[in-house]
Write a protein that binds this ligand. Structure first.
Ligand code: AMP
Ligand code: ZN
Length: 468
């Protein structure tokens, strides 16, 4: 399997640190608003990377944080006259809803920066002890000149950057030894959330959060560290400087970065007023369509969001879902069980599509080509099945289709979402709740089922249900 590594600027064969295991960290969003469709790109892309590793039999430890202390969160809290904690908790919950809609698996662990402050204080202490950090008036800075490899990820000319940064120095940071030194800890301002530290009552810088959370949940060395390309510099460059100086070993072996998502060929930004949240998209489309759209391009190519492309994605997804539906219909009406010899041969030919799917994914996760391979399989099943096909043959084709679309996180067989037995259990629980006059619970169960496409009908004979 080949991965484009930002560190070497080349595709490299993936060799895990530990056999059959992948330790992966993806920088998560800052939670001060609903996530936008740009944030959704790394979420969908790296969830697909994870799913492919799992398909290949790897055990993936996938960690993705929420940055829940930040200037933007504090600003929003002040605007709304609530605590920062309230803002971040609310948008973490909303983000998780969007993730579910996009069929993004929950991470093995979603650490919160505010719950990991002790670890950050510890790492900052280590950096000071080793001479990689210094304190000035309650602020702690990282001493970039001391870390010889500073700049190895972003391949930037540091002297140019230094002279550029001199003129851009943030007020209050003129005490820095070097323009590229960055904040590890800063003192609180009036009314801001703070934690006690040996240097001041204050809060950590953004970069130290990820170094610490990655170390705590994945260890000092990890296989893959990922995020959007805007994070290469300074965020990831700084994470490398912190982690490698503190731990004395290489931090991540492979650095993966997705390209940006634009809207109608413009950069998405609040000031241009072309900012779209995932939640807004969900009012118009099933979020599966958004997922399909994201995967229709290679993750390192810029992607342009437009109404036309979303319509094309909707149709593309429908072709896959229709193929699965048609197979299911034929399975339900099949006259014979056992596969014929001719069907065995026909099925064997679908191996070719699996191979081209895998070839595409092995080549730095080329999901665009992987989607094309699924379409080839769809076309093949549409032309090589009919009312005479055996149940076994049809089922094997369906299983193959589901297995591949599942790697892409596309649900073509939605009924698998909820099994008959689960429905029956929930209905029983609802009846019990009604008996106990707990109508709130009873209604909540009805709504939960409705969300999953299950419609209940109360009749004299009892509760009947059907799939919408
Ligand atoms: P943020 O909340 O800004 O820290 O962003 C969370 C993640 O979304 C990071 O990995 C960013 O690189 C990524 N991201 C933000 N905007 C875009 C965009 N327009 N296209 C692709 N990725 C983005
Ligand atoms: Zn990060």
């Amino acid at each position: 399997m080949k991965i484009f590594n930002t560190l070497s600027r080349s595709k490299q064969e993936f060799v895990p640190l530990e056999e059959n295991k992948v330790k992966m960290y993806v920088c998560g969003p800052t939670v001060y608003n609903f996530i936008h469709i740009g944030n959704a790109r790394p979420m969908i892309v790296f969830d697909t990377v994870r799913r492919y590793f799992e398909y290949k039999g790897y055990d993936v430890n996938f960690v993705s944080n929420f940055t829940d202390v930040d200037d933007k969160i504090i600003k929003k809290a002040i605007e709304e006259c609530v605590t920062s904690d309230e803002v971040s908790k609310r948008f973490i919950a909303e983000c998780k809803k969007d993730m579910e809609g996009m069929n993004i698996k929950p991470a093995t662990k979603h650490p919160l920066a505010t719950e990991e402050i002790d670890g950050m204080v510890e790492m900052i202490k280590t950096l000071i002890d080793k001479g990689f950090a210094y304190e000035k008036n309650g602020t702690v800075y990282y001493r970039t000149r001391k870390f010889e490899e500073y700049g190895k990820l972003s391949h930037k000319n540091l002297d140019d950057l230094r002279s550029g940064e001199r003129s851009l120095l943030v007020t209050g940071e003129d005490e820095k030894e070097d323009a590229l030194d960055f904040v590890l800890w800063k003192p609180k301002k009036e009314g801001e959330p703070f934690w006690v530290s040996p240097w001041s009552e204050g809060r950590p810088g953004w970069h130290i959060e990820c170094s610490v959370m990655s170390k705590k949940y994945l260890g000092e060395q990890i296989d893959i560290h990922a995020g959007g390309e805007d994070l290469v510099f300074p965020h990831h460059e700084n994470e490398i400087a912190q982690s490698e100086a503190a731990n004395g070993k290489e931090f991540a072996r492979y650095w993966m970065h997705n390209a940006f998502l634009n809207i109608d060929n413009h950069k998405m930004s609040k000031s241009l007023g072309n900012f779209r949240t995932v939640r807004e998209i969900s009012e118009q489309y099933d979020l599966q369509v958004l997922r399909f759209f994201m995967l229709s391009a290679h993750y390192r190519s810029p992607l342009n969001f437009s109404a036309d492309l979303m319509e094309a994605s909707k149709n593309g997804l429908a072709r896959m879902v229709n193929a699965a539906d048609s197979l299911k219909f034929l399975i339900g009406n099949a006259k014979s069980d056992a596969m014929s010899l001719a069907e065995k041969e026909l099925f064997a030919k679908t191996e070719e599509f699996v191979q081209s799917f895998e070839r595409a994914m092995e080549d730095d996760f080329n999901t665009a080509d992987a989607v094309a391979a699924v379409f080839d399989l769809v076309k093949y099943t549409n032309t090589n099945t009919n009312e005479e096909s055996s149940k076994t043959y049809l089922q094997m084709l369906l299983d193959r289709l589901v297995k591949l679309t599942d790697v892409l996180g596309l649900l073509v067989d939605k009924e698998e979402d909820i099994l008959d037995a689960e429905i029956e259990n929930l209905i029983e629980e609802r009846q019990a709740a009604r008996k106990a006059r707990d109508f709130a619970r009873a209604d909540a169960i009805r709504d939960e089922l409705l969300e999953k496409g299950i419609i209940l009908k109360d009749t004299r004979e009892g509760v009947q249900w059907k799939r919408a």
